[in-house]
Design a binder for this molecule. Structure first.
Ligand SMILES: Cc1ncc(COP(=O)(O)O)c(C=O)c1O
Length: 386
C-alpha cells in the first residue's frame, strides 16, 4: 500500500472533522408511517423524500415483486443493448401523458439524468446560465458540457436579465437552468419570470423538478401551479422521491428525446433499471393519476408545521431552519432525537458556509398528531438554541 497517499487522505479526513463536517453512514431501517430505526433508536423521521409514502404501498411493492419474478432482479445490459425491458415503454408513456408532454425518457437516477441531458443538449457555441443553488447533479452536468457557463444569484431574475443582455448575442443558444423546488431551502424557482426572459431573449429553460413532481400542481409538478403553463424546453424529475421507487426522467419533445437516446452518455453507457423498480414506478404513477388528492398532503403538513412552530409559510413540503454553524445544527438535531424525531443536520459543502440547517421533509405517511407534536418541540428547541 502506498503510505504517502493514505496519509494524505487521513489529513483530508481530519480537516473535514475539524470543521464538524464529517459524514457517516448510519444503518437505517425504514418501517411504516415514517418510523425509522437508527443506532437502535426508534424515531419518527422527517428526513426522507418518500413524500407520498409510496415506497411502502402494498400495491406498489406487489407490482415490484411480480416484475422481479417475471423478468429477474436486473436488466442485464444498457437500454440500447438488451436492457430495454418492455416496462420502460409503459412507464415513459405514463410519464408523457401525465406531464402533458410529447415524449419521455427514463434514466438510471435523477443524478444521471442531469449529468446526461445538459452536455447532450448544449455545445461549445452555447451558454448555460444556472442558479447558484443548483443541485450537485446539475453542477456536474454543466462541468461535463462544453458550453460556457455562468451562475446567477439565487432566484434573481434581474441578475439573469443583466447576464442575458451582456452575453446572449455572443452565443448560438442560451439555456437557463433552475429548479421547481430548491432541495435544501424548499423555496420555489422563479419559473414565470425566467420563462418571460427566455422568451424575450430567445433562450430555453431546463427545469429540475425533482422535489415538485408528485407534490405540487396536484402531482403534475411545479409548472402546473401556473396558468397558463410556462414554456419549458426540458423538464427533469426523479422516480426516487414522491414516486417511491428509483430512477430519473425527462419529459420533452420527441426530437429531444430521440437526441438524448443518441447523445446522453449517462443513458447510453449504463445498465438499465431493475424491472422491479420500473414496475413500482408504473404502479405509483397509476395511483397518483387516479387520485391526485393524495399528492397535496405533504405540503399541507409543511404549512401546518410552520403555522404552529411560528415559522414563515413554506413554499413546498421542504422546510429548512438555518442554524448557521455546523455545531449548532448538530446540537439541534440531537435535541430532536432526544424527543423521538430524526431530523438531519445539513452542513457545508451541501449548503453554503454558515448556513448549516435542519431540513424537515413532510410526507403523507406522517400522522397529523406527529406534525403537531413536532411543531411544539420545534418551538421549544429553537427558543433554547437562539
Ligand atoms: C434538485 C435535485 N435534483 C436531482 C436530484 C437527484 O435525484 P436522484 O436522487 O433521483 O438521483 C436530487 C436528489 O436529491 C435533487 O434534490
Amino acid at each position: 500500500m502506498n503510505s504517502k497517499i493514505i496519509s494524505l487522505y487521513k489529513n483530508k479526513l481530519s480537516e473535514i472533522n475539524k470543521l464538524s463536517q464529517t459524514r457517516k453512514l448510519v444503518l437505517t431501517s425504514r418501517n411504516n408511517n415514517s418510523i425509522v430505526t437508527r443506532n437502535e433508536k426508534t424515531l419518527i423521521s422527517f428526513s426522507c423524500n418518500d413524500y407520498l409514502g409510496l415506497s411502502k404501498n402494498k400495491e406498489v411493492v406487489k407490482a415490484s415483486i411480480r416484475a422481479t419474478k417475471q423478468y429477474g432482479s436486473g436488466s442485464g445490459a444498457s437500454r440500447l443493448v438488451s436492457g430495454n425491458n418492455p416496462l420502460y415503454e409503459k412507464l415513459e408513456h405514463l410519464l408523457a401523458t401525465y406531464k402533458k408532454s410529447e415524449g419521455a425518457c427514463v434514466f438510471g437516477s435523477g443524478y444521471l439524468t442531469n449529468t446526461g441531458i445538459i452536455p447532450a443538449l448544449s455545445s461549445n457555441k452555447d451558454i448555460l446560465l444556472y442558479d447558484e443553488l443548483s443541485h450537485s447533479s446539475t453542477n456536474i452536468g454543466i462541468k461535463l458540457s462544453s458550453a460556457k457557463s455562468i451562475n446567477f444569484k439565487h432566484n434573481d431574475s434581474n441578475h439573469v436579465e443583466s447576464l442575458l443582455k451582456k452575453y446572449r448575442q455572443k452565443y448560438f443558444h442560451c439555456f437557463i437552468l433552475t429548479e421547481g423546488v430548491f432541495s435544501m431551502d424548499g423555496d420555489r424557482g422563479k419559473i414565470k419570470e425566467l420563462a418571460f426572459l427566455a422568451n424575450k431573449y430567445n433562450a430555453s429553460i431546463i427545469l429540475d423538478d425533482a422535489h415538485g413532481f408528485g407534490v405540487l400542481g396536484n402531482g403534475r409538478g411545479s409548472l402546473h401551479e401556473y396558468t397558463p403553463i410556462p414554456e419549458i424546453l426540458v423538464q427533469m424529475g426523479t422516480l426516487s422521491k414522491a414516486i417511491g421507487s428509483y430512477g430519473g426522467f425527462v419529459t420533452a419533445s420527441k426530437t429531444i428525446i430521440r437526441l438524448l437516446h443518441n447523445k446522453a452518455r449517462s443513458l447510453i453507457y449504463t445498465t438499465g433499471l431493475p424491472p422491479g423498480s420500473l414496475a413500482a414506478s408504473i404502479k405509483s404513477l397509476e395511483i397518483i393519476m387516479s387520485n391526485s388528492k393524495i399528492t397535496n398532503k405533504p405540503y399541507q403538513y409543511a404549512k401546518l408545521f410552520c403555522k404552529i412552530a411560528k415559522l414563515p409559510t413554506p413554499e413546498s413540503s421542504i422546510v429548512s431552519i438555518i442554524m448557521h454553524s455546523e455545531e449548532n445544527a448538530i446540537k439541534a438535531s440531537k435535541l430532536f432525537e432526544k424527543y423521538g424525531y430524526y431530523i438531519g443536520a445539513i452542513r457545508p459543502p451541501t449548503v453554503p458556509i454558515n448556513t448549516s440547517r435542519l431540513r424537515f421533509t413532510f410526507s403523507s405517511a406522517h400522522k397529523k398528531k406527529d406534525i403537531i407534536n413536532l411543531a411544539e418541540h420545534a418551538k421549544n428547541i429553537l427558543k433554547r438554541l437562539n
